[in-house]
Each structure stands twice: as structure tokens, then as C-alpha cells.
Design a binder for this molecule. Structure first.
Ligand SMILES: [Mn+2]
Length: 311
């Protein structure tokens, strides 16, 4: 049914940052006399379901696409691929995101706020702070959970002081206990059986960089090294299937150790290995490489761009 409400949403199959950001931003706008509604397209990540269930927060409305809406606001999304053609770009009137590599310019009617903080949730929390709008406990929990998740509990190098300040503000309302991050990370660490392949595909992203179509699976788990050691071959096979299905030139998985403050790369593709060795200064041993320290996908993409496009 057509509506004059503005849809607040994120990319298809969103993570916690997307769902939290969209939910809280709709609340903010509605408290400021806006007329918005949150709608989620696709299947939210496990960490979203975990936090909604754990705190008995109602699920946001699920919609197949944005066809019923004339106006759309995107939070934590700014590229066309992630929208999977379910939202016409000209309907988008506003974008809030935190990705260095984005396509905000392709949304010709949108005012875009792109700032390189750890989470889009931080940018939304700052709206409440700056405008002195009171935030609900539900939104505070969601935003704080998203900041903790995106910054790997403030250990990831994407973390900024703005994320820490926003988290401090949010926790005055959310009042999460000190061990909450462990619960959240444990909730996303069950990758037994077919859950591994499902997660790889659920959080898969691809980019056209230079002349190459590059696919990157990113898994965040407690016990990354153990997972890769025990199930590396399975990961390689799944990556190969995805590569064939999607017609990718390069493909790899970055496995982030939530407890280890490091990540492990996996790929069976020789060309990908050569490029990663050059760009990330790592050495592959078989199909596996371990960098020193921790790097996230949104930080790897600009490095690949530098190499493959020479920028
Ligand atoms: Mn995000």
C-alpha cells in the first residue's frame, strides 16, 4: 500500500549497525515531527536477532522492497550493489554512512553525511546528543550494541573518540553490563555445520575495483584461528563456488578473531594471494595468511583500490 511516510532502511540483509541505525534514526526524526517508518529488506544478521530477542525489542517491519514509498533514507548504506535493486536510487533523500569507498554520488537527490567513524550508529547517536532529543532505552541498546559490534568492542582500528563518546552517552540509558560484549560476540560465533557457509554468503560483499570483480567474505568469530585451521578447506571450497556463481576475478575470506585481536585470510586463488601479499604485507602459508594486528573489510577495500586502480 502506498504511503506518504518516509522509509528509513539500510542495505538488504542488514547487520546490527544498519538495523540499529535505521531504527534509532526513525525514532529521532519522528520525535522531531518527522513522518517516518523503519523497514528492513531481507534477513537481518544473527547478531540482530540475538539483541532483539535478548532485550525483547520488537522486530522492525519486514518489507520486500521500497516500492510503496516515495522517499527513502539510508543508514549504513551508500552503494547500489548492497541495495540489490530493491530501492530506486532516485527515491533516496538522505544517506548516513561511514564507508570511505561509497557511491553516495549515484543518489542524485540525497544529502549525504559520510564520516569515517567506527559505526553508522555513532552518527545517529550524535543526532540525539546534538539536538538534545531523549533516546528510548531500546534505541540506546541497539546503537550501543552496534558500536560494540562494529568496533570489535573498541579494539578495532576503525574506532574513533566519537564512537567512545557516543557509547558513553548511550550506556547512561542502555545500562548494559560489562560482559555484554562477550554475550554478543558469542552469539555470532556458532558456525557449526552448514552455518559456516550460510554466514559466508550472508555477509559476503563484492566490489568492482579497477578491472576486477572482487568478492570478500568477512566472518567475525571467537576462535578465528581454530576455525580456519579446522575448516580451511571447506572455506576454500565455498569461496570457489561463490567465485564461479558470481563470476568473480578475485575472492577471499577475512576471518576476524573477536577475542584474538587479529584476523586470518583464506583463499585458494593464486592471483588473489599474490595481490593480498603485496597490499597487506602478509605471507600465505598454503591457503592461509595471518597479518599482524587486525584489519576490517572496509579498511581493506581502499588498499585494494590503491593497488588495482593506482589511486
Ligand atoms: Mn556499519
Amino acid at each position: 500500500m502506498r504511503t506518504d511516510k518516509t522509509l528509513v532502511t539500510c542495505y538488504v540483509n542488514p547487520d546490527l549497525d544498519g538495523v540499529a541505525g535505521a531504527t534509532a534514526y526513525a525514532e529521532f526524526l519522528n520525535k522531531k515531527d518527522g513522518n517516518t517508518v523503519v523497514g528492513i529488506i531481507g534477513e537481518p544478521h544473527d547478531e540482530v536477532k540475538y539483541i532483539l530477542d535478548r532485550f525483547k525489542i520488537p522486530y522492525p517491519m519486514s518489507i520486500p522492497n521500497a516500492d510503496d514509498f516515495e522517499k527513502v533514507i539510508l543508514v549504513d548504506a551508500s552503494d547500489l550493489i548492497g541495495l540489490e535493486e530493491k530501492i530506486a536510487p532516485e527515491k533516496v533523500i538522505e544517506i548516513i554512512d561511514h564507508r570511505k569507498i561509497n557511491e553516495a554520488d549515484k543518489f542524485v537527490n540525497a544529502k549525504a553525511q559520510i564520516e569515517l567513524v567506527g559505526a553508522a550508529a555513532t552518527l545517529v547517536a550524535e543526532k540525539f546528543i546534538e539536538n538534545e532529543v531523549e533516546i528510548s532505552k531500546e534505541s540506546a541498546i541497539l546503537l550501543l550494541g552496534a558500536i560494540i559490534s562494529n568496533t570489535l568492542n573498541f579494539k578495532g582500528t576503525v574506532t574513533t573518540d566519537r564512537d567512545r563518546k557516543a557509547a558513553e552517552y548511550l550506556n547512561k540509558v542502555a545500562r548494559l553490563d560489562d560482559n555484554f560484549w562477550k554475550e554478543l560476540f558469542t552469539a555470532k560465533s556458532d558456525l557449526s555445520g552448514s552455518k559456516l557457509a550460510e554466514r559466508m554468503r550472508g555477509d559476503f560483499a563484492w566490489f568492482v575495483i579497477g578491472k576486477k570483480k572482487v568478492g570478500i567474505a568477512q566472518i567475525e568469530i571467537i576462535g578465528a584461528e581454530k576455525l580456519v585451521t579446522e575448516r580451511g578447506d571447506e572455506i576454500v571450497r565455498e569461496l570457489e563456488s561463490i567465485k564461479l556463481e558470481m563470476g568473480l576475478d578475485l575472492v577471499f575470506q577475512t576471518t576476524i578473531g573477536l577475542d584474538e585481536n587479529m584476523n586470518v585470510f583464506v583463499t585458494g586463488d593464486a592471483e588473489t594471494r599474490a595481490i593480498l601479499e603485496k597490499v597487506l604485507n602478509v605471507k600465505f602459508n598454503g591457503n592461509i595468511a595471518k597479518p599482524t594486528g587486525l584489519i576490517m573489510r572496509k579498511q581493506i577495500v581502499p588498499l585494494l583500490k590503491g593497488e588495482l586502480e593506482g589511486v
